[in-house]
Design a protein around this ligand. Structure first.
Ligand code: ADP
Ligand code: TRP
Length: 315
């Protein structure tokens, strides 16, 4: 696959309904990258199990999130789209990495510390999460990992795991580099904080016009000033500053008119994708994942045979 070209690998944790922050911060940059490069796109369902213990919800998230990506234009000619749990080599290799890295090393993980500080159960899976992610990336001789800023340390951990394995058992893994999209920065939610599922301040992705209207109407507007900052900040995702200057000047002080304009702009932007999304069936998603799983497994099996040989379990 893709001889001579850089290989891309990224993953999506199917942990809930996507919002426009996910779209501009992750989906769009990923879709753009895969339009130009070859690589693998993985649904990290076993990673999601660290926090989600509801089987029907997990199943729904997997299907719905893959539909989101397909509707947003993920190019399956360039990307092997597959599910982590379909390629058992991921959990197998993660175990080997767990035996190489130390507890104090994993304890430096920002994601682990943050989640525990927020009251999440400190299960062992959450703790060793970076080694499963290292296995995801390293099994495929990945060059580049497009991720959000929040995942930077995980890619550093993958490099450390590769280096440690190579030093101990001989050169086997390529050290990958992260690629952090800086185009958008953090998309604010309806309350002005970072838009996040956990804060219940989202504008859902591919929502109906009514749902968009409901979310936009709930945007908190400060009473001082003529320009509602939270409305404006979200609006910049859909219109240029010049367009917005005119709009906000014409409707100075009229928050209702500005919110109506934002509803219109969000709806116009996402409507074609929403229509495309409605035509994608669950069966199609399952077929894409099944076929992708076979292709990913074929690559992972070869790498894992080399790993087994090197660590000494192949007799
Ligand atoms: P949430 O905070 O809603 O739980 P996740 O942590 O699952 O979102 O994020 C999934 C991806 O979307 C990550 O790559 C993250 O960087 C990106 N993302 C999430 N929220 C935002 C936001 N408000 N602005 C920009 N990108 C975001
Ligand atoms: N941890 C990533 C997230 O929460 C998802 C993920 C799992 C991933 N494995 C990966 C991303 C490998 C990039 C590469 O967003």
């Amino acid at each position: 696959m893709n001889e001579g070209k850089k290989r891309l690998f990224t993953g999506l944790q199917p942990s809930g309904q996507m919002h426009i922050g996910n779209y501009f911060g992750a989906i769009k940059p990923n879709v753009d990258m895969f339009a130009e490069h070859q690589g693998l796109f993985m649904v990290a369902d076993y990673h999601a199990l660290t926090s989600l213990k509801n089987p029907s919800e997990l199943r729904t998230n997997i299907i719905e999130n893959v539909k989101d990506y397909l509707a947003a234009g993920l190019n399956t000619n360039n990307a092997i789209l597959f599910k982590q749990s379909d390629v058992s080599e991921h959990t197998e290799l993660a175990w080997i990495f767990d035996c190489l890295v130390t507890v104090p090393f994993l304890m430096q993980g920002h994601a682990y510390k943050d989640k525990v500080a927020k009251g999440l159960e400190p299960n062992a899976g959450l703790f060793t999460y970076p080694m499963l992610m290292a296995a995801d990336i390293l099994l495929y001789d990945t060059d580049i990992v497009p991720v959000g800023e929040d995942q930077r340390q995980h890619v550093e951990y993958a490099r450390e795991a590769a280096a440690k394995f190579n030093l101990t058992f001989g050169n086997t893994f390529k050290e990958p580099a992260e690629l952090i999209s800086k185009v958008v920065g953090v998309v604010p939610g309806t309350d002005g904080q970072k838009m996040s599922k956990s804060y219940k301040n989202t504008i859902p992705l591919f929502a109906t016009r009514d749902e968009i209207a409901k979310a936009v109407m709930s945007i908190v507007t400060d009473s001082g000033g003529e320009r509602p900052q939270n409305v404006y900040a979200i609006h910049t995702l859909f219109k240029t500053e010049t367009e917005l200057a005119t709009l906000y000047e014409t409707n100075k002080g009229s928050y209702k008119a500005l919110k109506d304009a934002l509803i219109e702009d969000i709806n116009t932007y996402f409507a074609p994708m929403r229509e495309r999304r409605a035509t994608i069936t669950d069966e199609e998603v399952k077929k894409v994942l099944y076929e992708g799983g076979i292709k990913a497994k074929a690559i992972a099996t070869v790498k894992m045979a080399e790993v087994r040989e090197k660590v000494g379990v192949t007799l």
